[in-house]
Design a binder for this molecule. Structure first.
Ligand SMILES: Cc1cc2nc3c(=O)[nH]c(=O)nc-3n(C[C@H](O)[C@H](O)[C@H](O)COP(=O)(O)OP(=O)(O)OC[C@H]3O[C@@H](n4cnc5c(N)ncnc54)[C@H](O)[C@@H]3O)c2cc1C
Length: 386
């Protein structure tokens, strides 16, 4: 049976939807104020959400990746807090999964249980002032010193940075622009020289905060390397591939919720003595939205069904890039239509449609911009793209 028809997945989605509806409360206010909710994080962690993909041996549930996607769908449909949902799912795909794939047994045992219980929260430190799409232009560096590395540099635009107590940090361990010049470290933000810097206010995903991580001569034990010295590019590639393939599922909940709301509105709102849904320009928007939602679901479940827990996505690199581009383009167009169907009421700050639209725009930037992902697709088709 194809995963998108599996009744077990439907049950998981429904259970998470019902749980997530109780989380809404003050979302519009916190969206306006750009405020993160640690209490909400703890409640979701207590539900077992952060354990889903992790190994049984460390207290996780080790469920198939399709189950995680069903849970993400339900969470996103029930809870209108897009920034919060993004941060949670980022924690699973970008942080926990990366530690599970590349951490030593000692690192996994030391850090994963607290991440799963919600006691600890981590950030993913890659981007810098000089380095966005171009990984090799980063300035953060780590120099070997006995059994340690000395880490220096500043990471910017990092999700969860203002309150993360742990971070995956990429640094140059050789000065060259080569595939072996980067190394990934797991850094405790309580260590001497590690600190939280400036915060950045943003237009969408406002309920998760973004900021800087500063490293000033931080002594990081060699045992805190993820993978091997010089293997940072592999860690980066694998974690961003997981984000492209699976974190993208955070679009499905808002689309499912938006569709219900727009169909209801198109039937109930009358103008010129007719429901607006009787006007072909509105009904075709809804038909397009249904296609965008259903095809995005197929693409994401297809990616999820190819993955085991901790499996490499490298053989699926082109499809992961296509999945992210496809869902991003469709999610943004979907949200533009949803807002338009509601007219001025969709434009008001109290409307969840304008919030979902602002949130959707981030998709074309994180984990590979839509432009660089198109480069990837073309490159993997054999074109001489730079
Ligand atoms: C909501 C959100 C959360 C984020 N969270 C994190 C996080 O937790 N950790 C982290 O490390 N980073 C995070 N980022 C940062 C993100 O990873 C970067 O923004 C991304 O890598 C792009 O880098 P840049 O913004 O510097 O853009 P640039 O690389 O400067 O690109 C600017 C423009 O040029 C285009 N461009 C660049 N190179 C090429 C090329 N070769 N061909 C064609 N076009 C090109 C880009 O597509 C883009 O349109 C987050 C970003 C967002 C929006």
């Amino acid at each position: 049976m194809q995963p998108w028809h599996d009744p077990d997945l439907e049950e998981i989605r429904e259970n998470y939807l019902q749980f997530a509806e109780k989380l809404n409360g003050d979302t519009p206010k916190r969206d306006l104020e750009g405020e993160f909710s640690p209490e909400r994080w703890k409640r979701v962690a207590d539900s077992g959400f952060l354990r889903l993909l992790m190994p049984n041996s460390l207290g996780g549930n080790e469920v198939p990746v399709t189950h995680l996607v069903a849970a993400m769908e339900g969470l996103g449909e029930g809870c209108r807090d897009g920034g919060f949902n993004y941060a949670l799912c980022n924690q699973i795909c970008g942080i926990q999964n990366t530690i599970n794939m590349f951490g030593s047994d000692q690192l996994k045992a030391e850090y994963l249980p607290d991440l799963m219980s919600g006691k600890s929260m981590a950030a993913y430190g890659f981007t810098e002032n000089t380095s966005g799409s171009d990984a090799y232009s980063m300035e953060t560096n780590a120099i070997a010193d006995g059994d340690d590395f000395i880490l220096n540099g500043t990471k910017q635009y990092i999700t969860n940075a203002p309150y993360a107590n742990l971070a995956i940090v990429f640094a140059k361990t050789t000065k060259t622009r080569s595939p072996f010049s980067l190394t990934a470290f797991l850094v405790d933000m309580d260590w001497d020289g590690a600190s939280h810097g400036q915060e950045f206010d943003k237009m969408g995903l406002r309920t998760v905060r973004m900021g800087e991580l500063i490293f000033d001569n931080v002594r990081v034990p060699k045992s805190n390397i993820l993978g091997v010295k010089g293997g940072g590019l592999r860690v980066l590639t694998e974690s961003t591939l997981w984000e492209r393939a699976i974190l993208t599922a955070t679009a499905l909940g808002p689309m499912a919720r938006g569709l219900k709301s727009c169909i209801e509105r198109a039937k109930s709102r009358t103008q010129f003595d007719k429901p607006i849904g009787s006007f072909q320009q509105i009904s075709s928007k809804i038909a397009n939205m249904i296609q965008r939602y259903k095809l995005s679901r197929l693409v994401i479940y297809d990616m999820a069904s190819r993955l085991g827990n901790g499996t490499s996505l490298q053989p699926h690199a082109q499809d992961a890039a296509i999945a992210k581009i496809f869902v991003t383009d469709n999610f943004i167009k979907f949200e533009l239509d949803a807002m338009q169907i509601f007219g001025v009421r969709g434009y008001l700050l109290e409307s969840f449609h304008q919030q979902d639209l602002r949130d959707s725009l981030s998709f074309s930037i994180w984990a590979g911009t839509s432009e660089t992902l198109r480069n990837t697709v073309a490159k993997l088709a054999g074109l001489p793209v730079e």
